[in-house]
Ligand binder design. Structure first.
Ligand code: APR
Length: 228
């Protein structure tokens, strides 16, 4: 086997204390997506959106990578072939675990973006509407997060990897949000084996060759051991 392509979701960071979105009491049970994760919501009330991401940024900065993040970093380092790590997560726990090349398709909490001139720079812990863009000086700064209705990042590169995958693994994602939820179909179409590693079967579970259920901190290290 030469190339493993991995997609992770909020479930891999759950045991690091970061909330998932659709589990019981998850983030979308506490906040309305249209208020905090859309361009329209940001235009309507940018302060509310900044406060939502400031809270998530503070929580993420205090979180530690768990055994699942560490196992994937080990796989990337030790596997005799290519390991491509794509994440829907905006935390930096894969990097904190030692992963070197992480494709953040939904952006990053630690990134700031200017809505006027597209400048990007490291986000301060707390952002607010008074923050001027360091490049164009306008007060149109937003979190560098891909919101619903916006095009995820790195899609061309991701589809290229999926077309070359021998094995595709989806870890800790409910399979509710496209285009990520469609990656398994893409990989299958190019003849890859596919495995879903999850706490509960996702809505796309039947599209995987194999399913491994359990807590990511137990299932992912065991899965990595089986590959090395
Ligand atoms: N170990 C493994 N899996 C877990 C664990 C755990 N400890 N805890 C929860 N899970 C699984 C759940 O069973 C579920 O399948 O993680 C998944 C979490 O699903 P979601 O909350 O929907 O998160 P995700 O799939 O990453 O959401 C995708 O939706 O809101 C947008 O942009 C946001 O990137 C996010 C995208």
């Amino acid at each position: 086997m030469k190339k493993i392509v991995i997609l992770t979701g909020a479930g891999i960071s759950a045991e690091s204390g970061l909330g998932t979105f659709r589990d019981e009491g998850g983030l979308w049970a506490q906040h309305r997506i249209e208020d905090v994760a859309t361009l329209e919501g940001f235009a309507r009330n940018p302060g509310l959106v900044h406060r939502f991401y400031n809270a998530r940024r503070a929580q993420a900065r205090n979180a530690a990578p768990n055994a699942a993040h560490l196992a994937l970093a080990r796989l990337e380092k030790e596997f005799q072939g290519d390991v491509i790590l794509i994440t829907q997560n905006v935390d930096a726990l894969h990097e904190a675990a030692g992963a070197r090349a992480v494709l953040h398709m939904h952006g990053v909490l630690d990134g700031a973006l200017c809505a006027s001139c597209d400048a990007r720079w490291p986000a301060p812990l707390a952002m607010d509407v008074t923050l001027p863009c360091p490049q164009c000086k306008k007060r149109t700064v937003r979190p560098d997060i891909v919101w619903f209705g916006e095009m995820p990042y790195l899609m061309d590169e991701i589809y290229q990897h999926l077309s070359e995958a021998d094995l595709f693994a989806a870890i800790g994602t409910s399979g509710n949000v496209y285009p990520a939820a469609g990656f398994v179909q893409e990989a299958n179409a190019f003849g890859a084996q596919s495995v879903e590693i999850n706490l509960q079967a996702s809505v796309t579970a039947t599209q995987f060759t194999r399913t491994i259920l359990g807590l990511a901190t137990e299932t992912v290290p065991a899965w990595v051991d089986s590959l090395l």
